[in-house]
Design a protein around this ligand. Structure first.
Ligand code: NAD
Length: 543
């Protein structure tokens, strides 16, 4: 137990390296990519501190170069999920008993490893595995992951410092116990940092975890495990199983010691899981905590007084960076007719300048989408828009999967505000625009509010201050992360706590105290210094 009230280092955002030509970081990153392309990886599961291999090896390929083999991962089955649960439960007592400063030190060390010796490796893995360009990999895998860990430790201590008042003669205090049982972290493909944070956050608060990464992100998930292990994470605290999601779900959600679910992914999967958990409630020893950050249909709303060039840049960056595969990516935009002609020219310039191709060629802004299923869905959406009388494809519209899953950045004009691509999350480089009559601004705000089930991110652009206030108020429930005169992507840990409401999730704000509080169960302790020894009260006397 700690013999001192220790202060943790003040958290800061990891500085973003720029990878300019000739920079040492660019040279190192290129060399690391070349090396990782040269050597085929053989990725085990990590269960109870052991590398576990199976007879079923699954091939991994970069989405932008599908003929190249990055390596193989070993696919597990229900027995491996059970082993991971057993390992998590076996590791629990020692992990809970360890002084919190040691937990803090492990995750702070992991942040330093990411910031330094593992930076190129985690970025290169993310570039190759998820088809991110160098900058997108840097802000995700290196910077956001380090930020989650450093701010996480700071938030953990803020929570521990939240203590009740004590009246004379007694001492009250709150103890932040990890949940009883194990946590299940189920993670998406699109952010290496989210994949790492979902198991790390509950572990930081003293829990032990079963983690199932996305099958399309196992290559970078393995680097995270390597880092956690090198940072000194004890065996069994985070157990990584690579098996199909439903296989893991069947075992995990039927287990009496299941205590919490940390999820980021699609709304459909979250809804299915929530239902299963509900049906299984009588089986559990404790009511499980359910945290899920899910889909989005993120908007840009331009006011007639908007800076038109800034709107164009927000569209280009917000909709097409990482091929629109950010939960926060702009995918619908409402543009007043009065600025449309000017905006069209700026967008046209950007669309002509965007280069698409593999991330190993650093001049490419746009790379491939994650897999064939996503490619097929996006291509079908483009075909449907081409054929529809309610839509017009204004830019892009091309697609090709001969080398990798490439979808051209595409902008669709919707002729009615509820055209399907104004409603549904597509998760690709497709933005739909609706041009509104300036005189119908109020009606258009209603349409924006009511069109989609989601409420993750949104951006307004206006110069007029009254308009800024009005739009901000009118759209209160449309986004958990709201941007004024900026694109709706790129939330930074510690600066813009992230999460949405409605069908976008439980809005527990990843990387903040709100999230970390979900992984503890408070025990309130009252100590009485001089205990009463007489049951009677003064009021009971009579003269
Ligand atoms: P996904 O829902 O397809 O997969 C997420 C995880 O769930 C994966 O590990 C997958 O294997 C698993 N899974 C899939 N079906 C399952 C099932 N039936 N039972 C159990 N597990 C199952 O999501 P994805 O394609 O990896 O990620 C994209 C989605 O994530 C988008 O909808 C995006 O908006 C969302 N997302 C949200 C946020 C946020 O903070 N709100 C952040 C990133 C991504």
């Amino acid at each position: 137990m700690p013999k001192g009230i220790f202060h943790v280092p003040v958290a800061y955002n990891e500085p973003i390296l720029q990878y300019v030509p000739g920079s040492p970081e660019k040279t190192t990153l290129k060399a690391t990519i070349a090396e990782m392309r040269r050597v085929e990886a053989d990725i085990p599961m990590y269960i109870g501190g052991k590398d576990v291999r199976t007879t079923k090896r699954v091939r991994m390929a970069p989405p932008h170069d599908i003929k190249h083999t990055l390596g193989y991962y070993h696919e597990g089955d229900a027995t491996h999920v059970q082993m991971a649960i057993d390992a998590a439960l076996a590791a629990k007592a020692d992990w809970v008993a360890l002084g919190w400063q040691h937990r803090a030190a492990i995750f702070l060390k992991a942040a330093e490893l990411i910031s330094g010796p593992y930076r190129a490796k985690i970025n290169a893995a993310t570039m190759l595995c998820q088809s991110k360009n160098a900058y997108q990999a840097e802000i995700d895998a290196a910077c956001e992951m380090a930020d989650f860990l450093r701010f996480g430790v700071q938030c953990m201590v803020e929570i521990y410092n939240m203590q009740p008042q004590s009246a004379k003669g007694i001492w009250n205090y709150s103890e932040y116990r990890p949940l009883e049982g194990f946590i299940f972290a189920l993670t998406p493909f699109n952010f290496t940092s989210i994949a790492g944070n979902l198991p790390a956050a509950p572990a930081m608060m003293g829990n032990t975890v079963v983690w199932k990464p996305s099958k399309t992100a196992v290559y970078s998930a393995q680097v995270l495990m390597e880092i956690f292990i090198e940072a000194g994470l004890p065996a069994g605290v985070i157990n990584m199983v690579t098996c199909p999601g439903p296989v893991a779900a069947d075992v995990v959600f039927a287990h009496p010691d299941f205590a919490g679910f940390h999820f980021t992914g699609s709304t459909g999967v979250f809804n299915t899981v929530w239902k299963t958990i509900g049906e299984n409630i009588p089986k559990y020893k404790t009511y499980p905590r359910i945290v899920g950050e899910t889909g989005g249909k993120d908007f840009i709303f331009a006011h007639p007084t908007a800076n038109v060039k800034a709107v164009a840049t927000a569209i280009t960056r917000g909709a097409f960076e990482y091929q629109g595969q950010k939960c926060s990516a702009a995918s619908r935009a409402y543009i007043p007719a009065s600025i449309w002609n000017e905006l069209k020219n700026y967008i046209d310039n950007d669309m002509k300048a965007i280069k698409m191709g593999p991330p190993e060629d650093f001049t490419n802004f746009v790379n491939a989408v994650i897999d064939e299923a996503s490619f097929n869905k996006l291509a079908a959406t483009i075909d449907a828009a081409q054929a529809s009388a309610d839509a017009e494809v204004l830019w892009g519209g091309g697609y090709d999967k001969s080398v990798g899953y490439f979808i051209e950045p595409t902008i669709i004009l919707a002729k009615k505000p509820d055209y399907t691509t104004m409603l549904e999350e597509l998760f690709g480089p497709i933005l739909t625009l609706y041009i509104y009559d300036d005189a119908k601004l109020e009606e258009t705000l209603d349409v924006l509010d009511q069109t989609s089930f989601y409420a993750l991110t949104g951006a307004i652009f206006a110069h007029d201050r009254y308009a800024v206030e009005h739009l901000t108020t009118r759209l209160t429930n449309c986004a958990g992360n709201f941007y004024i005169n900026d694109k709706p992507t790129g939330a930074v840990v510690g600066q813009q706590p992230f999460g949405g409401s409605r069908a976008s999730g439980t809005n527990d704000k990843a990387g903040s105290v709100f999230n970390l509080l979900r992984w503890v169960s408070v025990r309130t302790i009252k100590e009485c210094f001089v205990s009463p020894t007489d049951f009677t009260y003064p009021f009971m006397g009579e003269i």
